[in-house]
Design a protein around this ligand. Structure first.
Ligand SMILES: O=C(O)CCC(=O)C(=O)O
Ligand SMILES: [Fe+2]
Length: 206
């Protein structure tokens, strides 16, 4: 049997009805600041529309979507056609796969330009991701607050997890079924942050 998590064990974050693992200083084979600068410069960042209650808005952050050929993904009501992996992203995928003990065929990159950029409360529970998806989320650049809220249990307080540069958070098990997550706007000014969420998209949908 292959060994789970060969690179030193991640921390387990207590999440009732879900599974969260955190590498506080993931071994990415490169300095997180250098990775941030390369990705900020090289990725094809776009302002993307979002469909909310039948209306189109611009998302409050920049996005870029990379995947294996033939993979497509509907995200926030919008169909995304992927770009081919850059050399940097391909290397990062290998590192993240080893650290997560999972396979990924795509990555959604988010660039939060400043403290007012954000990601609304959601779960990564699209059909194409299958049941109980493993989602590996790599943070680079400025620290931002990641918050999880249980869908039904009002007795559970939201979980606040500050995500700093070089941290790798793995969401798996029933996390997406039972919890939603967000990156709220904040009042304190800060610089840019990149978050890469590695996913396995099943095409055609399972
Ligand atoms: O920026 C983050 O930490 C979260 C990103 C996220 O939830 C997503 O891309 O689905
Ligand atoms: Fe998400």
């Amino acid at each position: 049997m292959t060994e789970l998590f060969p690179n030193s064990d991640p921390e387990e974050i207590d999440l009732p009805g879900g599974e969260l693992l955190l590498y506080r200083a993931a071994d990415l084979g490169a300095d997180p600041q250098e990775l941030f600068e390369n990705l900020e410069r090289e990725l094809a960042w776009r302002e993307e529309p979002i469909q909310l209650f039948g209306k189109r808005y611009l998302q409050p952050r920049l996005l870029a979507w990379y995947a294996d050929a033939g993979v497509s993904y509907k995200y926030s009501g919008i169909q995304h056609d992927p770009l081919p992996w850059t050399p940097q992203l391909a290397v990062l995928r290998e590192r993240v796969e080893a650290l997560s003990d999972a396979r990924f065929n795509s990555v959604l990159a988010n660039l939060y330009r400043h403290h007012r950029d954000s990601m609304g409360l959601h779960a990564d529970d699209e059909r194409e991701l299958g049941a109980q998806p493993v989602i590996a989320s790599l943070s680079l650049g400025e620290e931002r607050m990641f918050r999880l809220k249980h869908r039904h249990r009002k007795d559970l307080k939201p979980i606040r997890l500050p995500l700093a540069s070089g941290m790798l958070l793995i969401m798996r098990g029933a996390t997406q079924e039972n919890w939603r997550h967000e990156v709220p706007k904040q009042s304190r000014p800060c610089g840019p942050r990149i978050n890469l969420t590695f996913r396995y998209v099943h095409t055609p949908p399972v």
